[in-house]
Design a protein around this ligand. Structure first.
Ligand SMILES: Nc1nc2c(c(=O)[nH]1)N[C@H]1C(S)=C(S)[C@@H](COP(=O)(O)O)O[C@H]1N2
Ligand SMILES: [Mo]
Length: 368
């Protein structure tokens, strides 16, 4: 497998199936869209997203794992390797943390031209309370050797992407892996993990885009050279073109979303609402620091929304803005800023793989 990867590396196997297009949605994109679902925007009303409403992204197939025979391996550049059953893991100290996860490809299908992959619109997000063992606790138990640089996480799912046979695997630099809030989770919102979210155990890395949070975790490998597996490179990079080496995708860029007000038309999902006062509401989040401001645009005029305290440093925060809707057609928008001063762009943030497109959401409404 390694051999195949090395041979293909020079040819840069494309993580996406062909050049970006401005054409209609392809059958392959529809097939992916029907397997991987996003979060209905009305779920933004809740602090915590129920598992069935949380977005799901699975590259290959959902493995059917027998938890009784499953084991987690911790190996590589450590003083002592570990092999742990689920029952043993559950005896270790546990933490619970609310985390907003978002797919790095969220916003992809709005790009022009459109990179060919999972065609997310804007809703590949959700916030769950994850419970499990801090990764740093297990790494300390194993004893990380001084020459370690990264930790590689490998899932049980395998498949082929860009012509390369692989198990889904991603790495984290040691300093991120040692953060006290990175968790090996066996519970989601207080219940055991649903199959699609990584049963029996997954990694959750608060603040990073979802690709880092490896599901169906089977092994943790401490390594002394940076990992170059498929999902690390060439996939998940901000690239200008297929030939650009690009830069790695890591933390979640600032974004806000709005619960579309009123009621939808079935087919177009255009919104209709009665005239008069309406409370506009939504959520905002960033992996780079606290959300410091949300502005709501009404027909191009921006007003500052009220922010609520989030459930935790890596959970989205609620925003509200009262509006008196007057009859006619309107365009609503929301735009957030985080503690680093980063603000959502008004135009598209185009890149070859369609990563991190955090442009502002626009909602058309008809008031009667
Ligand atoms: N083993 C494994 N882990 C994985 C994936 C995968 O395909 N296989 N997809 C990743 C991606 S791209 C995202 S966005 C998140 C999605 O997590 P969720 O389905 O629980 O929302 O899982 C990540 N972890
Ligand atoms: Mo993703």
């Amino acid at each position: 497998m390694k051999q195949i990867y090395r041979q293909r590396q020079s040819a840069r196997p494309a993580p996406h199936a062909g050049e970006p297009t401005s054409g209609p949605l392809t059958p392959e994109e529809l097939q992916l869209a029907a397997r991987n679902h996003s979060m209905p925007l009305e779920a933004l009303r809740r602090d915590i997203t129920p598992p069935g409403l949380h977005y799901v992204l699975t590259h290959f197939d959902i493995p059917d794992i027998d938890a009784a025979s499953w084991h987690l391996q911790v190996k590589g550049a450590v003083e002592r390797s570990l092999e742990l059953s689920l029952a043993a893991l559950k005896k270790d100290p546990a933490i619970s943390i609310p985390v907003t996860l978002e797919c790095a490809g969220n916003g992809r299908s709005l790009l022009k031209p459109r990179p060919l992959s999972q065609p997310w619109i804007l809703e590949a997000v959700g916030t769950a309370e994850w419970t499990g063992v801090p990764l740093a606790y297990l790494l300390a138990k194993a004893g990380v050797l001084p020459d370690a640089v990264e930790v590689v996480f490998t899932g049980a799912d395998d498949g082929i992407q860009g012509g390369v046979r692989q198990r889904y695997a991603r790495s984290l630099p040691i300093r991120e892996a040692m953060r006290p809030d990175v968790v090996l989770a066996y519970r989601m919102n207080g219940s055991e993990l649903p199959p699609q979210h990584g049963y029996p155990l997954r990694l959750v890395v608060p603040g990073w885009y979802g690709m880092t949070s490896v599901k169906w975790l089977e092994s943790i490998d401490v390594v002394t050279v940076p990992f170059t597996g498929y999902q690390q490179q060439p996939a998940y990079r901000y690239q200008d073109s297929a030939d650009d080496a690009g830069t790695p995708v890591s933390r979640i860029r600032i974004r806000s979303l709005m619960v579309p007000p009123g009621i939808p038309d079935f087919f177009t999902r255009n919104r209709v609402l009665p005239r008069g006062p309406v409370m506009l509401t939504g959520r905002a989040w960033s992996g780079h620091g606290a959300v410091t401001r949300v502005e709501v645009g009404i027909d191009g005029k921006w007003a500052t929304a009220q922010l609520e305290k989030p459930a935790g440093p890596f959970a989205w925060c609620k925003w509200t803005l009262p509006w008196v809707a007057d009859p006619g057609e309107h365009e609503l928008a929301c735009r957030a800023t985080d503690a680093t001063g980063a603000t959502q762009p008004l135009g598209q943030n185009w890149n070859y793989q369609g990563m991190g497109n955090n442009l502002v959401q626009r909602v058309r409404v008809t008031v009667d």
